[in-house]
Design a protein around this ligand. Structure first.
Ligand SMILES: [Zn+2]
Length: 274
């Protein structure tokens, strides 16, 4: 996606920490007709005791009202009010990292969790789900065979699948205590969810190499479809709006692994549709 948004001021401490100040108009958040003067500022936290250096236009030295634009994974580009554009150089941050930091700061600094309306992104309402799409045919074929009883889990397949489900924090059978604990769980951070996704992908892949038969084929086809998860880092997680409130790429990866786990659960419990 391409991100574009106006800022009030961008500064940095020379050691990789960026501080972003944004001026918001109240009317961007309410239905009240726009009136003059109804503005407020949000700023990301200032590093302790740091001297901040303002980012300014190399042509006219403007350091206020800079507009940020750029595509996730690409460099940040700034434009001043006079229309000069440049790629800023901030010590210890690449222009690509700078764009990611600025987008995240702009989203986090939003007013009371309300989306910062001035952030414009490409008109992508539905996020692509490449991993769910990739694993879909593998999952559908397996579910079909389970439903038609062409595939029934052997004892060994059941114990391999149970191990994978246990690792993922899922159970084929839930006790009331386990369900109660699940409800009490805090929402994991994106870092925790990413670690979960990568760990469970690797478990799936490792398991696929030592498992034969129909389950081995299912696991290795699923691992092939989900291979991009292996190299996924926080830098790949472009922010976006999803029901789960996770970044779209993470939401997709979780959903894709979840589809694999549904097949494993169905095989273990013999809970299939006729
Ligand atoms: Zn300028």
């Amino acid at each position: 996606m391409t991100w574009t948004f106006p800022t009030s001021r961008i500064s940095h401490d020379g050691a990789g920490t960026v501080v972003l100040e944004i001026c918001h108009r109240v009317s961007d958040y309410t239905a009240v007709p726009r009136r003059r003067g109804q503005v407020f500022w949000t700023s990301s936290p200032l590093p302790d005791g740091a001297t901040l250096l303002d980012v300014y236009c190399p042509v006219c030295t403007a350091d206020r009202g800079l507009t940020v634009s750029g595509t996730w994974g690409g460099p940040a580009e700034l434009t001043c009010l006079c229309g000069h554009s440049w790629t800023p150089r901030v010590p210890t941050l690449s222009p690509e990292q700078l764009l990611r930091s600025l987008v995240r700061l702009a989203l986090e600094g939003s007013f009371l969790g309300i989306r910062y309306r001035m952030i414009k992104v490409d008109p992508v309402d539905r996020h692509p789900t490449p991993l769910q799409d990739a694993v879909h045919p593998v999952v559908i074929a397996a579910e079909r065979e389970l439903n038609l009883r062409q595939w029934e889990f052997t004892y060994r397949e059941g114990s391999i699948a149970s191990e994978l489900l246990k690792r993922a924090g899922q159970r084929a059978y839930w006790s009331p205590e386990a369900l109660a604990a699940l409800v009490q769980q805090k929402r994991p951070t994106d870092e925790e969810s990413l670690a979960w996704v990568v760990d469970n992908y690797r478990a799936l892949e490792t398991c696929s190499m030592s498992t034969g038969g129909r389950l081995g084929r299912f696991l290795s086809e699923a691992a092939t479809a989900l291979r991009p998860i292996d190299g996924m880092t926080m830098d790949d997680l472009e922010p976006g709006v999803t029901w789960s409130r996770m970044p779209p790429a993470l939401d997709d990866a979780r959903g894709a692994l979840g589809a694999v786990h549904v097949v494993l659960t169905a095989g273990v419990t013999d809970d299939v549709d006729y």
